[in-house]
Write a protein that binds this ligand. Structure first.
Ligand SMILES: [Mn+2]
Length: 168
């Protein structure tokens, strides 16, 4: 199963539309957004996702997502905004996703053996790392590209247990 992972899109319309188009062409089965959408109106830019992807579109809130009521009301039409943490199983793999766990927390969760894949955002910095115990830890970087100049997202392959970083 292929899961697209986006974080920190920060209202960047052009990059969101580009990412949606790429995700639609990549045979992706699900999408997880690790937070920092910003405005509730981003729903219109994510709305072009293939229907099968929208059925498995999950998101957690970021620290910059102030208006959660309207985000839930609008983006919530196509995305299951689960709260601060996503804990779920995809294709037999236990996944933990949150916007801003610190690195020590990520390492502790990874070494707990309770999850196969850990996803996060917030730092706007890429991470694509397979820990010694096999846990895959991915920060897809920033879709907005505001801080690093690189607009990226990831596609996690749950069979191969690896992530491909896609640059816009
Ligand atoms: Mn951010």
């Amino acid at each position: 199963m292929k899961i697209a992972v986006i974080s920190d899109s920060h209202d960047h319309k052009k990059n969101i539309l580009k990412a949606v188009s790429k995700i639609n062409k990549k045979n992706v089965d699900a999408l997880i957004h690790c937070g920092d959408y910003i405005s509730a109106f981003v729903v219109r830019w994510f709305d072009g996702l293939n229907e099968n992807i929208k059925e498995r579109f999950f998101g957690v809130y970021g620290n910059n997502d102030g208006d959660r009521v309207f985000l839930k009301q609008n983006l919530g039409q196509i995305c299951d905004l689960v709260g601060m943490e996503l804990i779920s199983e995809f294709d037999g793999k236990k996944i933990f996703a949150a916007h801003m766990p610190n690195q020590e927390t990520v390492d502790a969760i990874a070494s707990s053996g309770k999850f196969d894949i850990i996803l996060f955002g917030h730092t706007h910095a890429l991470m694509n790392k397979r820990y010694e115990n096999g846990v895959l830890v991915v920060n897809p970087g920033e879709l907005c590209g505001y801080l690093t100049g690189r607009a990226t997202f990831a596609i996690v392959d749950t069979n191969k247990m690896q992530a491909e970083i896609i640059e816009l």
